[in-house]
Design a protein around this ligand. Structure first.
Ligand SMILES: Nc1ncnc2c1ncn2[C@@H]1O[C@H](COP(=O)(O)OP(=O)(O)OP(=O)(O)O)[C@@H](O)[C@H]1O
Ligand SMILES: Nc1ncnc2c1ncn2[C@@H]1O[C@H](COP(=O)(O)OP(=O)(O)OP(=O)(O)O)[C@@H](O)[C@H]1O
Ligand SMILES: [Mg+2]
Ligand SMILES: [Mg+2]
Lengths: 263, 263
């Protein structure tokens, strides 16, 4: 099972939009996908019209409830473990717990259901919830809006992945950066993309979790449909399967699966 | 001194852009303004090209350093107390401290320097840093992007203001909602604005901190200049004083000061 954390401590850069629609795209391509909503604001859950019924990720982390009991099937091959607002309390409740960053890893290890992909939507912080994701995934995908603060936050994010990789999870790698809310025609976008490419170039020779990180060639263009579909409790594929948002997330899923776009 | 928290736990909705440029606009209109950067990601500080030199809000909250010693003058009548990444640790360090939500209130009470406005840029969460702001301000301004999750987060935010108002700060009121990243031509925008207006209408009769909250008539339009100026370490007024971003934040400042736009 390939485990992927969708991570960026900067707010509002398309983490949830990416987690939900990439998971949905992979399921449409025939993969079996589990999405974990790790944000107390529960936007991924709300996006898919799901409220906690049988259990939430809060109960998994704080009360050791099995993932199996909390998981709901959203669509064919597409499962969700929802979040709830109580998860905000977890950061304080877990503060003193031994191995508090490894609770999700334990929960996944105990889970018998098989998936091709487990995708985790992280909150806009590098706190205990995000650390739980980092401690058990192989890949980090970083959605990034090509604005000024993009580069600033990136070095702090990478520093954290370095720490987790050394202390908790030797398998951790930054697979790549997904450009989101992409608008090609601005000079700011071009400057930030150039800076990012430069940064990734410079990291190639030095051993680190982001040594092989790349800019995904698929860019998620700004498309109002992606902002509309959460209000209908749907992924973009159930809402408007022909719009740019759907095209872009399908293309990203194919890139991740290494299937040629028209192959 | 009028104390204002710029608050919304949703990420990336223009809190920092508003805190910085509203503070700058008020200073341009002759007011004496202090901006407090309460976000460990220190974007307001970075936006203005300031790194902590003599002290940061972390030392104020955790080590009781006087605000006076940390404050830097950014521009005429415009002062900043910067943040730094160590502030992220404060949430854990302060977890057990008695009266941990009242540390900023104490610091402001001990501050002898007089300002017309103290504006606080809050992080995208309702944790201890944001609570410190809520425990000592009179007004909350909520920057809000008219997208689906806007309304969802709003009720949780208001619930928190209710708690703080009852337990810690009877003066707390939600003054208003500032529409940000505003693009008039989408149906989604119109729907969300209509829902917001409805919600505010319904709240009029019930005693609560948001009973008199209004939608500011000034809307901050999407303008790439606002995204560019942080990379130059400037407010919009030093970067491009004639662009829409500068016009909108000046208009917002005037609305707040109750000066007619052309009066
Ligand atoms: N490509 C896009 N085109 C248009 N709107 C988008 C796009 N991607 C995201 N949005 C909208 O932008 C807002 C922020 O996106 P989203 O909530 O996915 O970001 P996030 O990084 O998960 O935020 P947070 O840090 O709060 O978790 C949402 O209203 C979303 O619908
Ligand atoms: N009116 C606008 N027009 C264009 N870009 C904007 C506008 N307002 C903000 N931005 C840009 O959008 C991004 C998010 O804005 P900002 O950082 O102010 O939000 P925030 O709510 O403070 O985010 P966070 O939750 O991470 O603290 C930034 O890159 C900023 O430059
Ligand atoms: Mg999110
Ligand atoms: Mg901010």
């Amino acid at each position: 099972m390939r485990k992927i954390a969708i991570l960026n401590q900067k707010g509002g850069v398309g983490k949830t939009t990416t987690a939900v629609n990439l998971a949905a795209a992979l399921a449409k391509l025939g993969k079996k996908v589990c999405l974990l909503d790790l944000d107390p604001q529960a936007h991924a859950s709300t996006h898919l019209g799901i409220h906690k019924t049988q259990g939430s990720i809060y109960e998994v982390l704080v009360q050791s409830k099995p993932l199996q009991q909390c998981r709901v099937e959203v669509d064919e091959g597409f499962w969700l473990v929802p979040s709830e607002i109580d998860l905000a309390a977890a950061e304080v409740e877990l503060a003193g717990v031994v191995g508090r960053e490894l609770l999700l890893r334990d929960a996944l290890a105990a889970d018998s259901m098989l998936f091709d992909f487990c995708i985790m939507d992280c909150p806009p912080s590098l706190g205990i919830l995000t650390l739980n994701a980092l401690a058990c995934v192989q890949d980090i995908f970083i959605p990034l809006q090509p604005h000024f603060f993009a580069l600033h936050g990136l070095s702090k994010l990478l520093e954290t992945t370095g720490l987790v990789s050394r202390r908790l999870n030797a398998d951790l790698t930054v697979a790549g950066i997904i450009l989101t809310l992409y608008e090609n025609n601005t000079r700011l976008t071009q400057e930030v993309v150039a800076d990012l490419n430069q940064f990734l170039e410079n990291s190639r020779g030095v051993k680190s979790p982001w040594q092989k990180a790349r800019l995904f060639s698929t860019r998620i263009r700004k498309n109002i449909k992606l902002a509309e579909c959460p209000s209908h409790g749907k992924s973009i594929f159930s809402y408007d399967p022909k719009c740019h948002g759907a095209v872009d997330y399908t293309e990203l899923a194919r890139e991740i699966l290494n299937i040629p776009m028209h192959g």
